[in-house]
Design a protein around this ligand. Structure first.
Ligand SMILES: [Zn+2]
Length: 462
């Protein structure tokens, strides 16, 4: 009897526990405390123009009850999105657990003023928590409405630039501009803040015109602000066409024999005739080397480092000019065509090479067809290059003064004899060095424009 009673008691207790467990589970399910998850993409800091926002809300447990997005500015509140979801199925099992919406936000459509705006997204679920309102998740994102593009205008009204040569634009931007410069077709040349003493927003920008320019390129000033607003400014640039020489280069077997061993490591996987190896160097390696030169623009100083006249290799004759169109012939047949992007200067073998102007060494090592090469940065995108050296006397990072010895001439790389290949770069592109050896050209095209900045600076000081 006692045993039977015990069994009855145990099963009653188990039943009660099971019921309590089920009730507990039901309670926990209905009153679950997990908030919906809200994701907003993108979340920019600035709000310059109409932008599509992707809103994703998930609630794995009880499902989504309501989603609301609004923007608040000062005491205005504008609802930009709202949706209520129906309760479906037992415990909302068939309800919405994941929801994605895309809605446009347009600062002018919403009639927002410039300045801070808060984007609020609220999402409630179907839990019975919070007096039946459900779990509430809020995501808040502060943005700055800025729809006004920066102002930019040129300070010089008339500008002549030679094809293959350097141009200097001096211009002023409004203080909100974070990046500005000048475009020549799709090539961008960054501007740099003018020297101290100039009015706010004054910039200098060196640029260049391709030497093979056929029709007038599209040239305009350009500025962007922190919000990404962009504007263009007029730049009156007149291009002077230049004639460049054509030079016939005969490639002999003797020259190939002399030159190819230097490029042994570059050619180690190249099979074929000697002339094919030469073409690989003259085309493929040349292009690689140009990219190395081009990349050095990133290391330029924002300040002008140079001053006065530029030095030229002492007692040297010009053997080849900038812009020479070189036609390469092998056994009477034209095999290649390249443009010479510097000036070849020949003096005595192993002549000392001086820094053309004050600057900082940004490259001092072997560089393919250019052999041992030194590149000096003169600030604001200007650089000078010294190639085919037999010896380098400076180290990367070193500051040099005009006239300091950077190395000695030689014939490393693709060179038929001892000479200096001298180049001038603007933002990583080669320009005609002749202009920079001409003090009149510097006076008329650079110094006079830099003086415009100083005058403007003084005008506001007084
Ligand atoms: Zn050369």
């Amino acid at each position: 009897m006692a045993k039977k009673r015990n069994i009855g008691l145990v099963s009653a207790v188990i039943s009660i526990l099971v019921v309590l467990g089920l009730l507990g589970w039901l309670f926990m399910t209905i009153f679950e405390s997990e908030k919906p998850q809200i994701q907003l993409v993108p979340l920019p800091d600035f709000f310059p123009e109409k932008q599509e926002v992707v809103l994703t809300v998930t609630d794995v447990k009880r499902g989504i009850r309501r989603v609301e997005a609004c923007v608040k500015q000062a005491d205005r509140k504008i609802t930009v999105f709202e949706k209520t979801f129906p309760f479906e199925g037992l415990l909302n099992r068939k309800g919405t657990h994941r929801f994605e919406a895309r809605f446009p936000m347009d600062p002018s459509g919403l009639n927002l003023g410039q300045g801070q705006v808060d984007l609020y997204v609220s999402a409630w679920d179907y839990s019975r928590r919070s007096g039946g309102d459900g779990n509430l998740a809020i995501v808040e994102h502060k943005m700055t409405v800025d729809t006004i593009p920066p102002a930019i205008r040129a300070l010089s009204s008339l500008n002549y630039v030679n094809a293959g040569g350097t141009g200097l634009a001096v211009y002023q931007t409004s203080s909100d501009a974070t990046l500005s410069g000048l475009f020549v077709n799709d090539m961008f040349f960054p501007g740099f803040p003018a020297a101290e003493g100039a009015e706010e927003g004054m910039h200098v920008c060196y640029f260049c015109i391709p030497l093979d320019v056929k029709k007038r390129p599209e040239i305009y000033l350009w500025a962007e602000d922190r919000a990404g607003n962009r504007s263009r400014g007029i730049y009156n640039g007149h291009i002077r066409q230049k004639r460049f020489r054509t030079d016939k280069m005969d490639i002999t077997d003797r020259f190939l024999e002399q030159i190819l061993p230097y490029f042994g490591s570059y050619l180690k996987d190249v099979t074929g005739r000697e002339i094919e190896k030469f073409l690989k160097i003259n085309q493929g390696l040349r292009r690689e080397n140009e990219l190395t030169f081009r990349d050095l623009r990133k290391e330029t100083s924002p300040k002008m480092l140079w001053e006065g006249d530029w030095l030229r290799l002492k007692n040297a004759a010009s053997m080849a000019r900038f812009g020479d169109r070189r036609l390469y012939y092998y056994n009477g047949e034209k095999v290649d065509e390249q443009t010479h992007m510097g000036v070849d200067l020949a003096s005595l073998a192993n002549s000392e090479v001086q820094a053309a102007n004050n600057g900082r060494v940004v490259y001092a090592e072997d560089l393919g067809i250019y052999g041992l090469t030194v590149v000096l940065d003169h600030g604001q995108g200007l650089a000078s290059t010294y190639s085919h050296l037999s010896k380098i006397s400076v180290q990367k990072g070193q500051e040099v003064k005009k006239g300091d010895i950077v190395g000695t001439t030689g014939q490393t790389g693709l060179a038929g004899g001892d000479h200096l290949h001298y180049g001038v770069m603007v933002n990583g592109l080669f320009v005609n060095p002749i202009e920079w050896w001409d003090s009149h050209w510097i006076q008329d095209n650079v110094i006079q424009k830099l003086d415009l900045l100083k005058k403007r600076g003084k005008a506001t000081d007084s």
